[in-house]
Ligand binder design. Structure first.
Ligand SMILES: [Zn+2]
Length: 392
């Protein structure tokens, strides 16, 4: 295993420089310029593949089409909310008590900085003619609509003939210790807004059959206990969750003309958006009131069984960094779903997720250094022996 012998201050400076850019999705501010400058100084190849408001940066260590490892990341962040709730201004990159504070500190500017520094450590070896090429796709639209970001870049690059063997996505996947979770899949997500239409009535004379609240309550109860699919051995079960209900006329003695419910599915690969839509429609058709149902853009689940590189990385982390390293498919969606179709193996591995999207988001400097060391060793596996990577 290679040793972490960089000057930590370079890693901290780069992370701080990225955090100090208020890159609220989908604005990159100067993040991609900072990254381009870093990479071009090392002789790597940078190209912007922007679309509409989204900025995307494609980086390769060699000027070729075949790349052994693709790092996926995003520089955009969710809004910090009320600044006054933060201990330090959210774009200050303030360091105190060994912790670096700021929006993006774990999700995921620290991962980008750690990966770039780890790549720099391998620079001399990567410059050899026989060494593999490493690529990065960095977008400014992961936290937003995610239409013109990684999805667009990957299809553009595939059309141009680019190939990538394996992918690493630097999302904050770790639960209790850096490196304790490698994500190899994620559940899909599907949202909808349902309106059930009844008849407005005087509460004293109301007919249960025309009060949409009863129909909505029945639907929610049935959906909560519904057997949506037979499950998948590597995923938790498909789950229905209501996120908002509303029915109101402004008066306590009037029943509403309609009731609205927003809900979300997190689904395993045993279900599809189509199968879930069909099941929901069947439940609603049992109700006697008319309804409208509007579905939002679905995020498909993904899953890749661990291949050669995943197993080597898990073994490396277990032996040198975190004995309890495990595979997982938990959590929300990520841009890995847009990369999985173009690679043989994919893993998501990054810092602790405890403060992601929260007030006072921060990373400890020791975790930042540890993440750098893990990425450095991971790159060592790829760079020193191309046979460690299943080629595409
Ligand atoms: Zn993220």
């Amino acid at each position: 295993m290679s040793n972490s012998n960089i000057d930590d201050s370079q890693l901290i400076d780069l992370t701080q420089a990225l955090i100090r850019q208020p890159s609220i999705t989908p604005k990159p501010e100067l993040c991609l310029d900072i990254i381009s400058d870093f990479c071009q100084d090392l002789g790597w190849y940078c190209r912007r593949i922007d679309k509409r408001d989204t900025a995307n940066l494609f980086i390769t260590t060699k000027d070729c089409k075949q790349h052994s490892l693709l790092f996926g990341g995003h520089v955009d962040v969710v809004p910090p909310g009320d600044f006054s709730l933060w201990r330090f201004p959210p774009f200050s990159g303030h360091i105190t008590d060994g912790k670096l504070y700021g929006r993006g500190a774990v999700d995921m500017k620290s991962s980008i900085a750690a990966f770039l520094m780890a790549l720099k450590w391998h620079h001399r070896r990567l410059s050899q003619p026989e060494s593999p090429s490493i690529a990065l796709v960095i977008t400014s639209d992961e936290e937003g609509d995610a239409i013109d970001g990684t999805d667009f870049v990957m299809s553009t690059l595939a059309d141009e003939g680019y190939c990538f063997d394996c992918a690493l996505v630097g999302e904050p996947t770790s639960d209790n210790h850096v490196g304790d979770i490698i994500k190899i899949g994620r559940r899909g997500s599907l949202s909808a807004e349902l309106t059930i239409n009844g008849t407005q009535s005087h509460v004293a004379y109301a007919n249960q059959r025309v009060n949409p609240i009863y129909s909505l309550a029945t639907f929610i109860q049935q959906a909560q206990t519904m057997h949506w699919d037979d499950g998948h051995s590597d995923f938790s079960a498909t789950a229905f969750c209501p996120t908002k209900i509303h029915a109101d006329t402004g008066a306590s003695n009037v029943t509403p003309s309609h009731a609205v419910c927003q809900f979300n599915f997190r689904f395993c690969p045993a279900s599809t958006p189509e199968s879930l839509k069909k099941s929901v429609t069947a439940l609603l058709d049992q109700q006697h009131l008319p309804y409208q149902l509007t579905w939002s853009r679905p995020n498909l689940p993904f899953f890749k069984p661990p291949g050669k590189l995943c197993r080597l990385v898990k073994d490396m982390i277990s032996r040198h960094f975190q004995p309890s390293c495990n595979y997982s498919t938990s959590g929300g969606t990520s841009d890995a779903r847009f990369i999985v179709g173009y690679v043989q193996e994919i893993m998501e591995l990054g810092p602790l997720n405890a403060t992601a999207h929260k007030v006072d988001e921060h990373i400890s400097l020791s975790d930042l250094s540890l993440l750098y060391s893990i990425y450095q060793s991971l790159l060592g596996i790829v760079v020193t022996s191309p046979d460690n990577v299943d080629s595409n």
